[in-house]
Design a protein. Sequence first.
Length: 155
Amino acid sequence: MLNTYKLVYLLNEKVENLSELPPLPPAKILSKSSEGMIVFISNPEFSIKVGERNDKDRGFPTPLEVFVSSLAACETITFKAIAKNMLNVIPEVSTEIDGNFEWGKGLRSVNILMKVKGLKEEDANIIFEMTKNTCPVYVTVKNSGAEIKEKLIVE
């Protein structure tokens, strides 16, 4: 089990010193139109087909689903990275996110449910707090003013 005081100290140190870290690499994506209301977003390593809602049955996400997926992926990866660095354990993590958007206002709220296996509850709670302070996509959503409701379940 983590020494809670040590981890809280490390959390505070990391948060205070984030500005001293090298900048994150830029996120560069090309969006290129295809047939109908479909686009491909890509960089040299991947390509994703994105479309409008009435094309859902065609097997690809909408732009809003890609946005919410970015938050889920970033939180999951950040949580696992912190657990690995602090405990030398890579837990099983799943993150479900519901994003609510409003025309002309953008993201209004998100509901986050993270499920973790392979950690003690106290450790998972501390790492969850660290994740919220260091995940770049989470911090972006938080700074947007969107309401965030979150729940962590340790199985």
